[in-house]
Design a protein around this ligand. Structure first.
Ligand code: SAM
Length: 286
């Protein structure tokens, strides 16, 4: 009879504060045969804090494909392995994808042990809309390429989230200010769970000003978030309260087409704005 395959655990570790690890993660890290760590020296600090003495091996972006083969062999022979990265959830802008993809292809059991993740921690505390968000990882290094991404997102309704390094945080915020309206809501979440944790949740214009005027705000690790376009709000803001009221009254008596025609004659506002508002108000009423 062939030996039972081992399990690959994908274990989230803290993003700063050593207390942010689950009881189950500690238990798994103690019980597995081997821990594959992005940087074994870095992970030693966490493991010795929790008196975890499980052997470690390095698994990082430079040895990913070779190392994956060795780890998969061990898993096929019945060993259990935990994958950890330097911080947070493995595979989220950290090594592990090749290993998990190939483990799945070989029908090896892959089990997530969830925990800290900088994106989720940032979304949970900045007060920006969280119902829909897009994560872009690290943005390109050049200003032109970054702005091209912002142009793609500027009229979308989901919150844009990405990681940024301290070297580029200021130029990145300048690029954001070049593309977005100064009043768009955004946030930076810096050094989350660490001593100098700072969350600035303001407008594009204000966040840039805060970071420009304080060198300390240009240090550490960052998650940057930009709220999506609130279509309803921007539509309503495009028309005065009187015009919106007028369209609402007209819609109680006429079709959308007639209401738009009359509102256009009475208010003089743009046909496109009136038409959009009329459709929205009509939808709301029905
Ligand atoms: N796997 C990690 C996770 O689950 O969040 C992310 C790894 S990625 C290589 C590292 C980047 O995540 C940092 O450059 C920074 O942008 C962000 N990050 C990690 N820890 C952070 C923290 N404590 N506060 C703010 N951002 C953090």
């Amino acid at each position: 009879m062939s030996k039972l395959k081992g399990t690959l655990y994908i274990v989230a570790t803290p993003i700063g504060h050593l207390g942010d690890i689950s009881l189950r993660a500690i238990e798994v890290l103690k019980q597995v045969d081997l821990i594959a760590a992005e940087d074994t020296r870095n992970s030693k600090v966490l493991l010795s804090h929790y008196t975890i003495v499980t052997p470690m091996t390095a698994y990082h972006e430079h040895n990913e494909s070779n190392k994956a083969k060795q780890l998969l062999d061990k898993l096929e022979q019945g060993e259990s392995i935990a994958l950890i990265s330097d911080a947070g959830t493995p595979l989220i802008n950290d090594p592990g994808f090749t290993l998990v993809e190939q483990a799945r292809a070989l029908a090896i059991n892959v089990v997530p042990i969830p925990g800290a993740c900088a994106i989720i921690a940032a979304l949970s505390c900045t007060g920006l809309a969280t119902a829909k968000f897009s994560f872009e990882g690290f943005l390109p290094r050049t200003s032109g390429a970054r702005k091209a991404i912002f142009e793609l997102y500027v009229s979308q309704s989901n919150t844009l989230v990405f990681y940024e390094s301290s070297h580029r945080i200021l130029s990145c915020l300048e690029d954001i200010a070049d593309v977005y309206e100064p009043s768009r809501k955004m946030a930076i979440a810096r050094e989350l769970t660490k001593t100098y944790e700072t969350v600035v949740s303001k407008t594009v214009e204000e966040v840039l000003q805060v970071v420009q005027s304080d060198k300390n705000m240009q240090r550490g690790e960052f998650v940057v978030l930009i709220e999506g376009l609130d279509r309803k709000k921007s539509q309503e803001e495009a028309l005065s309260d009187e015009t919106l009221e007028l369209i609402t009254v007209l819609l109680t008596e006429c079709s959308v087409k007639t209401a738009v025609k009359l509102a256009l004659q009475i208010s003089g506002a743009s046909k496109k704005d009136i038409y959009k508002a009329a459709l929205e108000l009509n939808d709301k009423a029905n």
